[in-house]
Design a protein around this ligand. Structure first.
Ligand code: SAH
Length: 251
């Protein structure tokens, strides 16, 4: 290793790793390797025990998980923690559920690292929309049912600008709402108002890819009632593709 490499190493390094939606086997090979090599692992609530167990016995494990409306560690403190550990020369893994760039605030954390001149890499993960629907036998696109798919935050009112409901409400579009359980009544009302049929088929996938996975299906008009029976983490999927669940379910 050259002197330059050594001096760069002393600055530390952060791998932003997506752990996938639940089933630990859905971690990527690269994610697996960097977790094993980490000196510090900073992780969220949705990361499984099996994946955390891949870290070295002497790795420092730091939990910064969040629950809805309750932030264990505020985002700016998480950002600072990553910067601090990297500045100590540590090899840090920042581990998040699903994919870090899809409703995971991965971009914000990397901006902070970039501002502080810290080197990083991004290891993608299987996002809940891909993993949970695969395990529920719901193809996100299908020649007969959907020519497009959109991932939407259910925190519609909280997270900034109102979304363009009219653009979403197309019968050949699949809609996947993250964090949508509490807002399911609002989501249903906006979609009905802007053009979807009240009998458009929908699914809620609870604990997707985990042993406890449950899938609820029904018409859009019943979405809020379906959501009452589901617990977090759950995805709401709206679109004709959800009608394939009965035929294609396998898990
Ligand atoms: N970055 C993550 C999403 C974080 S937001 C990803 O790419 O998957 C958290 C939301 O993701 C939850 O409220 C839920 O809507 C969804 N989610 C995460 N894991 C899930 C799972 N196993 N089953 C269903 N939904 C899940």
């Amino acid at each position: 290793m050259s002197t330059q490499d050594l001096s760069q190493n002393r600055l530390g390094f952060v791998s932003l790793v997506g752990a996938g939606p639940g089933d630990p086997d859905l971690l990527t090979v690269k994610g697996h390797r960097v977790i094993q090599q980490a000196e510090v692992v900073v992780y969220d609530r949705l990361v499984s025990e099996e994946i955390l167990a891949l870290a070295a016995k002497d790795a420092e494990m730091i939990y910064v998980g969040k629950k809805l409306d309750y932030h264990c560690v505020p985002q700016d403190q998480i950002n600072q923690l990553l910067v601090e550990k990297a500045k100590q020369g540590k090899n840090v893994v920042r581990l998040k559920g699903g994919d870090s760039f899809i409703f995971g605030r991965g971009g914000e954390e990397l901006e902070e690292l970039a501002d502080n001149g810290i080197r990083f890499e991004v290891v993608p993960g299987i996002t809940a929309a891909a993993g949970a629907t695969a395990y529920a036998g719901i193809p996100l696109t299908h020649r007969d049912h959907a020519q497009s798919v959109q991932f939407i935050t259910g925190h519609v009112q909280k997270d900034g600008r109102e979304i363009e409901w009219r653009a979403l409400a197309q019968s050949n579009n699949t809609l996947v709402f993250y964090m949508g359980l509490k807002q399911s009544g609002y989501i249903r009302d906006r979609l009905l108002e802007t053009g979807l049929d009240e009998n458009m088929s929908c699914a809620i996938i609870e604990n997707g890819t985990r042993k406890e996975q449950r899938v609820f299906t029904g018409p859009l008009k019943d979405l809020a009632a379906m959501a009452k029976d589901a617990v977090s983490p759950s995805l709401i999927v709206v679109g004709n593709v959800t009608s394939l669940h009965d035929k294609l379910k396998w898990f």
